[in-house]
Design a protein around this ligand. Structure first.
Ligand code: ATR
Length: 269
């Protein structure tokens, strides 16, 4: 018997998590396995009951559509329900207790750890579940002011207060502020099959960074425009690998690099 972890979702076949975790298991010479399991919403309680009894099961990553529903089936010692509002990782304690956590915020922060954002101004596009993890991370990084851009400004109105952040909420056609140190897209705009996010990047300073958390496709129109403008960029694969690295360490007790190095990137693209 070897320790193992899983990713659960509906659908789940497209998940890159098995590739990432298996890559690290091999690279670190770690005994373990990681696989994708298709779990339908009705089967979620039974899945957790079965796994809670399995001493080899270290936990699972949770993807769409289970990220909120799974919270009701596990303990929440870190209070994720009140902050990010969704979990992406469940861990099994030795006594069988299932603990929910969220590694998306840490995964988002990993690739921008060297950007001194304390006291800076960040513009965030989108106000859904992904935006909550990003705002949680930005608050922890000491960001001073947020401009939240959303198609439906009303939906975004309470979001900044939830994270103790100050700033303003504007529609998607508002001009970008030249003080923006980091521009982040958390919306579904730019994903395959969705309209692109068309922002005029010309007001941004030359040292501004553009971060798109979309990873299908990797080269979104936003990132292409940022590169054409000569700006540094961070893509969705960086965040995906960052959140996986935090989960891997929790599952298997060994720490991979949180960066998406060239070998892993070529495996995933
Ligand atoms: P997630 O949990 O992945 O963040 P979500 O909660 O559905 O997904 O949020 C999607 C985000 O993308 C929202 O900010 C949404 O804007 P609204 O709050 O106005 O719905 C944004 N979004 C999705 N499709 C969009 C579109 N066609 N045009 C503009 N914004 C869009």
């Amino acid at each position: 018997m070897i320790p193992y972890a899983e990713v659960i979702g509906d659908p789940v076949a497209h998940s890159k998590s098995p590739l990432i975790h298996r890559f690290w298991l091999e690279a670190l010479g770690q005994s373990g396995d990681y696989r994708a399991v298709h779990v339908r919403p009705d089967d979620l309680p039974a899945y957790f009951i079965t796994r809670a009894e399995d001493t080899e099961w270290r936990g699972c990553n949770v993807t769409v559509p289970h990220k909120v529903a799974a919270l009701d089936l596990v303990t929440d010692p870190a209070g994720v329900r009140k902050t990010i509002g969704a979990i992406n990782t469940v861990l099994r304690e030795p006594d069988g207790t299932l603990v929910g956590t969220n590694t998306d915020a840490a995964g988002f922060a990993a690739p921008i750890a060297t950007l001194a954002l304390t006291g800076r101004h960040v513009t965030v596009v989108g106000a859904g579940g992904a935006a909550r993890a990003v705002l949680f991370a930005l608050a922890r990084l000491g960001v001073e002011r947020i401009t939240l851009m959303n198609r439906t400004p009303l939906r975004a109105a309470g979001l900044l207060a939830d994270f103790g952040l100050s700033g303003d909420v504007v529609p998607l056609d508002a001009p970008l502020a030249p003080t923006t140190a980091l521009l982040v897209n958390t919306s579904s705009l730019g994903m395959s099959g969705q309209p692109s996010l068309d922002l005029d990047l010309s007001p941004l300073a030359d040292d501004a960074v553009v971060y798109d958390i979309v990873y299908a496709p990797l080269e979104t129109p936003l990132l292409a425009a940022a590169r054409a403008r000569g700006l540094a960029t961070v893509d969705g694969l960086d965040m995906l690998v960052g959140q996986a690295a935090v989960a891997f360490e929790l599952f298997f007790g060994a720490a991979p690099t949180r960066e998406c190095d060239a070998e892993l990137r070529s495996l995933l693209t």
